[in-house]
Design a protein around this ligand. Sequence first.
Ligand code: NDP
Length: 256
Amino acid sequence: MAGSIPHSFLITGCNRGIGLELVKQLLAKPHSPEQIFATCRSPGTHQSQELTNLSAKYSNLSVIKLETTDPASVAEAMKEVEKQLKGRGLNVLINNAGIISETTLETVDEKDLLNVYSTNVVGPMLVTKAFLPLLKKAAEENPQAHMNWTRAAVINMSSILGSIKLNAESFLRNPVLSYRCSKAALNMLTNCQAVGYKKDGILCTAIHPGWVQTDMGGPKASLTVGQSVNGILKVLCSLTENHNGILLDWEGKIIP
Ligand code: NDP
């Protein structure tokens, strides 16, 4: 991956799980990005202690407060990132923050569905919309370049559970109704962003990280967070215009 790492990244939900591991693996690259904006809801608290420790060690890491469902928080974060970029654009936005709830067709209610939708769909929509000027700026810095992550990209962390085509294979075993609906909507949001921002040179792709051992995935999951993120970064590095608007898994396989 040497020589092909984008200049800047912003990742949501970085205090634990996949977001934190993305930050760690990007920092460990021989050619680490010049600026990594690791965002979380509660910087400076015990919930984000690992991020605080990393930021003391790595000068290219900034920890920024960002509650993805709150427009005021998103706007504040955007202002701070814009300041720290000093006139440059933002190359890669990873909408990673997400939640799950264990609802079925019988137990789901309005509150649960709206709550999960808010974090998993409204959040990525608000964050992408707010950071769009910085993503456009990055794409304009390389107007002749093909669409790829070193130019400008939005990556939405989705799930195979949002695939309508594959739903019947796992729904009865693992209903998570609100989560499935929200990730299906996130896949549609990704495709709409891909079509809409193509003219701006911004690549938009959804990624399924696999079943991963995090607080969300649980200890029985098939992948360690390290394996998943190692795969995801290889996939992101290989993205081209052909991957605009689609859902890929952590190994680069297309999910219908
Ligand atoms: P975790 O539950 O381990 O971590 C979720 C992260 O999202 C936390 O940092 C959490 O912050 C943050 N977050 C949640 N809501 C918000 C919000 N409103 N604003 C800002 N941050 C928020 O999940 P994973 O790391 O496992 O999952 C990351 C992504 O990958 C999610 O989108 C998930 O749907 C997806 N995914 C995960 C799979 C798995 O097996 N683990 C499988 C398929 C997809 P806080 O600590 O403050 O709550």
